[in-house]
Design a protein around this ligand. Structure first.
Ligand code: ACO
Ligand code: ZN
Length: 177
């Protein structure tokens, strides 16, 4: 809660600077706003229970960004999956980036970089071997973002999206972050 004094100061100093944001872990009360951001910014939508189960299972790496009024303007969510490693029959833990989105008016201010950096550190507690993700081959902006973190294109998944678009499967070894 903000006190009256703080509220007054905020209004007085209101510069309408949209660059102020604050990163924190998501809570179940945030999910409706997270879903709102997702539905505006990405064609891949998920039912409520999908978000809820990811939040229940991997809460440390489900992060949101809020603006100074407390409105959710971005989110990132991950899950940990067991998968065979590329070069042996052993099963390893992979951190799979399920979804990230930043509201249009808050882009290019480092929100995504901050969400990625914080969640990639947090998810290391699950003893993961690598980070993996899929991204539309046309999503230049997101691909640039992942390349900044040294993700490399490992393969193309044909017809990955419902509209038929291909995905790049990008990976990063945990030791390279
Ligand atoms: N053009 C080129 N590169 C860009 C752009 C752009 N318009 N925007 C971001 N980048 C790259 C740059 O390398 C940038 O670093 P720099 O500013 O130092 O040059 C880097 O990404 C990080 O920029 P941020 O400001 O942290 O990124 P932002 O907060 O704007 O969010 C995001 C990037 C998440 C891709 C945003 O554009 C978005 O929400 N897009 C729609 C949703 C989406 O495509 N999500 C990813 C789908 S794939 C998946 O979820 C697994
Ligand atoms: Zn995926």
């Amino acid at each position: 809660m903000t006190t009256n004094k703080e509220t007054k100061t905020n209004i007085f100093n209101n510069t309408n600077d949209p660059s102020e944001f604050f990163i924190r872990t998501c809570s179940s009360e945030d999910l409706d706003e997270v879903i709102e951001v997702n539905e505006k910014e990405l064609p891949e939508d998920y039912p409520y229970f999908f978000y809820k189960s990811i939040l229940d299972d991997f809460p440390e790496c489900f992060l949101v960004a809020q603006n100074k009024h407390g409105k959710i303007i971005a989110y990132i969510m991950w899950r940990v999956e067991k998968a065979p490693s590329a070069n042996s029959l052993k099963y390893i833990n992979k951190a799979h980036l399920v979804s990230i989105a930043v509201s249009e008016g808050y882009r290019r201010k480092g929100v995504a970089k901050s969400l990625l950096a914080n969640s990639m550190t947090a998810i290391k507690k699950y003893k993961i071997h690598e980070y993996v993700l899929e991204v539309r081959v046309s999503n230049y902006t997101a691909i640039r973002l992942y390349e900044k973190f040294n993700y490399k294109i490992e393969s193309i998944k044909k017809n990955y999206y419902r509209d038929g678009e291909n995905a790049y499967f990008m990976t990063l070894d945990v030791n390279d972050y």
